[in-house]
Design a protein around this ligand. Structure first.
Ligand code: URA
Length: 241
C-alpha cells in the first residue's frame, strides 16, 4: 500500500516537472456508484448465485433449526417483485417461497390481476430461513438480513415492488405504524444500491387473509391499484428468464 502511494507521488512529481497541474479525463468517473447502479442485468443468474452464497453463509442461529435455505421463485427478468416475511413449514421442506397454504392464497391474489409466478413475477422473503415453530422474526434477524434484501432488490430492479404483510412493509419502508395504516398507498422505495426509486405498495399478507377473510375486500382494492399501475406503466405481462 505504502509502496503504491510512493509510486503515485513520484508520478505526480513527474507531471509537475512539465508544468502539468491538472489532468481531466475524457469521461467523468463516478467512483462512489461503482458498477452497482448500471442498468444492465447481465449475468443476473451469476450475481444471484453470489448473493445466495453470501446470505446462506451468514452465521446465524435461525438456520440451525431450518431444513432448507429459501431464496426465490419466479421469473428472473420480472418487472414485478414480491417480498413476504419468512418461510413456513412447506417452504422449508421444498426450499421455495410461498408454496404452502399462504402461497396458494398468494397465487390466487396475484392471478386475479394477471400475474403469475411462472410468467411474470419474482418472489422472495425478508428472512430466508424458517423461524422455529413459525414464530415471528426478531428485530435482530430482520436487521441481519435487510441489507441483503436491499441488494436482492437492486439485482432484480423491478418496476413495481409488492410488500406482503407487516414485516416486509415495515422493515423496507421504515414505517412508524403497521400495514393497517399504510396498505394500498404508493411509496417511492429507494435504497443505497439503487439509482432510481421503485413504485412500492403494501398489501395484506395472504396468511392474514386466511385468518380474517373479511379483509379480502380491502386487499382486492389494493390489488386493483397494482393492476392500474401495471397498465399505466405499460408493462408487458410475459417475460422470459
Ligand atoms: N409466508 C411468507 O411470508 N413467506 C413464505 O414464503 C411463506 C409464507
Amino acid at each position: 500500500m505504502y509502496q503504491n502511494y510512493k509510486k503515485f507521488l513520484t508520478f505526480l512529481d513527474y507531471y509537475k516537472l512539465f508544468g502539468i497541474e491538472t489532468r481531466i479525463q475524457s469521461k467523468p468517473r463516478i467512483r462512489f456508484e461503482n458498477n452497482l447502479v448500471s442498468n444492465n442485468k447481465e449475468n443476473l443468474k451469476g450475481k444471484l448465485l453470489e448473493l445466495k452464497e453470501k446470505i446462506s453463509n451468514l452465521d446465524c442461529e435461525i438456520k440451525t433449526n431450518a431444513k432448507n435455505f429459501v431464496f426465490y421463485d419466479g421469473i428472473l427478468n420480472s418487472d414485478i417483485m414480491i417480498i413476504g416475511e419468512a418461510p413456513g413449514y412447506e417452504e422449508d421442506k421444498l426450499g421455495k417461497p410461498f408454496v404452502g397454504r399462504a402461497g396458494k392464497k398468494l397465487d390466487e391474489m396475484i392471478n386475479a390481476i394477471g400475474l403469475n409466478r411462472k410468467k411474470n413475477v419474482y418472489i422472495t422473503n425478508i428472512i430466508p430461513w424458517r423461524p422455529p415453530n413459525n414464530r415471528a422474526p426478531t428485530d435482530n434477524e430482520i436487521k441481519l438480513f435487510l441489507p441483503y434484501v436491499e441488494e436482492h432488490i437492486y439485482l432484480i430492479r423491478p418496476k413495481i415492488l409488492l410488500l406482503f404483510g407487516n414485516v416486509a412493509s415495515k422493515s423496507l419502508l421504515n414505517l412508524d405504524q403497521g400495514i393497517t395504516k399504510y396498505h394500498g398507498s404508493w411509496f417511492n422505495y429507494k435504497n443505497s444500491f439503487l439509482k432510481e426509486s421503485i413504485f412500492t405498495i403494501c398489501i395484506f399478507h395472504p396468511s392474514y387473509l386466511l385468518r380474517s377473510p373479511k379483509q379480502k375486500k380491502i386487499a382486492w382494492e389494493d390489488l386493483k391499484k397494482v393492476k392500474e399501475k401495471i397498465d399505466n406503466l405499460k408493462l408487458k405481462y410475459e417475460k422470459k428468464t
